[in-house]
Design a protein around this ligand. Structure first.
Ligand SMILES: Nc1ncnc2c1ncn2[C@@H]1O[C@H](COP(=O)(O)OP(=O)(O)OP(=O)(O)O)[C@@H](O)[C@H]1O
Length: 363
């Protein structure tokens, strides 16, 4: 009994991506089916190299293929193609303004000092480590910390006098307002000036092709989110909070700010969730624990993960080596890598929701 492509597609249409809630055939993830007698080779193209569901998809795919009558063996090849977030999000001209950038991810917080920049830098580094093409734009005009956190002291150059070449480090393309202005100047940004400078950073930087552009926003303020929503189309925002109850009020404010400008909230990250003593491994909930999860439940938005309060996170930030790059096996780096997978999964869900799915027809 010979196996046909139709049999394989029928089997694969029973495998549902748990994040996207569509089957692999409808999602256009099944590629290059090559049948030879009673054996098949096929490629599964995930929607991100940081796919949080790869293990489950692999197990379900193998089970589905094993159940195909007459199929004796199969070989799976894995790939990933990040999709762009299309229409239906924001009001802006994102695609036209940044044609090579597939997804813009904003990192925001209701107030300063909660570790927003730490999360932005490590999230970007983690996505790049997973194999994605990533840019990091520090738009925290009031306190740009990306130069310090990445250890970049050089100034970007403009080869053509019009566009700026982003700096390269840790597998990222990096631009910060801090590369371009003196620190005391950064404090006076207001209204139209801020909008102009932000747009210049978004538009006039030669980002090239990117799967994700991570934008570190200034804390609390709605100005930048509003500016952005009118000019670019963001895939969504990641909200960073510390766990204590007072931080909840800030998350509420940040969430309503993004709602107002029609930027979807991808989820909440709880930073400084727990302190583990480096000597005795005793866990102390210095700022309480679980506030971020509670806020996520309250708004029915995803909880993206928690990052412990660790000396190494602060030290590596100050030393210009993100912990994900300097100590990728550490507990805190693993936390960021997991958060990156969850963020990538949410962005994939946004992209699938906002653009029609390619459908593979059986021959
Ligand atoms: N999980 C953590 N463990 C230990 N230190 C941390 C952690 N997260 C952040 N920090 C440290 O806390 C300080 C503030 O972090 P960061 O600059 O990322 O906050 P922020 O929210 O971006 O602040 P602002 O909005 O004021 O720029 C930094 O010194 C950083 O290294």
């Amino acid at each position: 009994m010979s196996v046909s492509e139709r049999d394989i597609l029928a089997a694969m249409s029973k495998v549902v991506d748990p994040e996207l809630h569509v089957d692999l055939v409808k999602a256009g993830m099944v590629k290059d089916i090559r049948i030879s007698g009673d054996a098949v080779k096929l490629k599964i193209e995930l929607t991100t190299p940081a796919c949080p569901m790869k293990g489950k998809i692999q197990a379900d795919t193998e089970a589905a293929l094993k159940a195909v009558p007459g199929l004796k063996s199969f070989e799976l090849e894995w790939g990933a193609q990040v999709r762009a977030t299309g229409g239906g999000v924001g009001q802006g001209q994102g695609q036209a303004l940044l044609p090579g950038v597939k997804n813009i991810i904003l990192v925001g917080a209701g107030k300063g000092g909660v570790g927003k920049s730490t999360v932005a830098v490590n999230l970007a580094t983690a996505l790049a480590r997973h194999g994605a093409k990533v840019g990091l734009l520090d738009a925290d005009f009031y306190g740009p910390s990306v130069p310090l956190m990445t250890g970049i002291t050089e100034k970007p150059v403009s080869p053509d006098g019009k566009t700026l070449t982003p700096m390269s480090k840790y597998g990222l393309k990096i631009m910060s307002i801090g590369f371009l202005v003196e620190p005391d100047q950064a404090l006076i940004w207001r209204g139209p000036m801020l909008h102009g400078a932000l747009m210049q950073l978004v538009r006039d930087v030669n980002w090239g092709e990117l799967d994700y552009l991570i934008l570190d926003l200034p804390p609390g303020t709605g100005d930048v989110a509003l500016s952005l929503s009118q000019s670019v189309r963001a895939a969504g925002a990641v909200l960073v909070t510390t766990p204590q109850d007072v931080a909840l009020a800030d998350v509420v404010r940040a969430k309503s700010m993004f709602d107002k400008v029609h930027i979807p909230v991808l989820g909440i990250v709880e930073n400084m969730s727990q302190f583990i003593c480096p000597n005795c491994s005793h866990a102390t909930n210095i700022f309480h624990r679980g506030g971020g999860r509670k806020a996520a439940e309250m708004f029915s938005i995803p909880f993206l993960g928690e990052v412990p309060l660790e000396l190494k996170v602060r030290e590596s930030g100050d030393a210009g080596v993100p912990v994900v790059a300097g100590a990728p096996d550490s507990r805190e780096a693993q936390a960021f890598l997991e958060i990156a997978r969850n963020v990538a999964g949410r962005v994939s869900a946004q992209s699938v929701r906002s653009i029609p799915l390619p459908v593979m027809q059986a021959r």
